[in-house]
Design a protein around this ligand. Structure first.
Ligand code: 5GP
Length: 181
């Protein structure tokens, strides 16, 4: 399929950053690493909604052993900038005590979301917690959060696609696209 030079979403233009093929290759490797680490341990993958649902869906199918999946909805973003406020909107309905947790994020920007959520999880005494994200912006880091597995480190620019949106649109776009500026 021919990939366009740029795409328009609302008032902004985006250019290709990471292709769908590159993402899928990376997801296969990450899935294998998690399989080696958690085989036979029935880990609980916790996908942070909404952005991580596409990655989580690929990742659990690249995980070659039994696992469970849960979802949590947190909110911290409006438009292209963090609102600075993190809230749990929809919680998990599972008992986490003694479980091996794999927290699945779409992108770690300031680290605020993950920092807040990890505190919440640790309080529930799981057996272990690991974190995995498709994208990380090292230059934007403000919170010291442990990220065990990273798909790609990227520049501190706004991106869409592969589950990530710009004011509601772009989640279904294949690959990752960066704001043209
Ligand atoms: P943090 O709490 O690490 O600052 O931000 C994490 C959340 O902000 C991500 O889960 C994502 O929803 C949103 N976010 C951060 N950077 C971007 C970006 O470049 N594009 C989009 N679409 N969302 C982002």
């Amino acid at each position: 399929m021919q990939i366009p030079d740029s795409i328009q979403i609302h008032d902004l233009r985006f250019v290709p950053l990471i292709s769908e093929d590159e993402i899928q290759d990376r997801v296969r490797v990450l899935g294998q690493e998690l399989t080696d680490r958690y085989r036979g341990k029935n880990p609980l993958f916790i996908s942070i909604l909404s952005g991580a649902f596409v990655f989580a869906s690929d990742l659990i199918r690249a995980f070659d052993s039994h696992c469970e999946v849960g979802f949590v909805k947190l909110a911290s973003y409006t438009g292209t900038r963090s609102s600075g406020d993190v809230q749990t909107v929809m919680g998990l309905d599972k008992d986490l005590r003694g479980r091996h947790l794999v927290v699945v994020e779409d992108i770690v920007d300031t680290g605020r979301t993950l920092h807040f959520f990890l505190e919440h999880l640790r309080a529930q005494q799981p057996a272990s917690i690991c974190t995995i994200t498709v994208l990380r912006k090292p230059e934007a880091a403000q919170f010291p959060v442990p990220v065990d597995y990273v798909g790609f480190d990227i520049e501190d620019k706004f991106v869409v696609g592969y589950g990530l949106d710009y004011d509601g649109l772009g989640r279904n776009v294949a690959g990752i696209w960066q704001l043209l500026k």
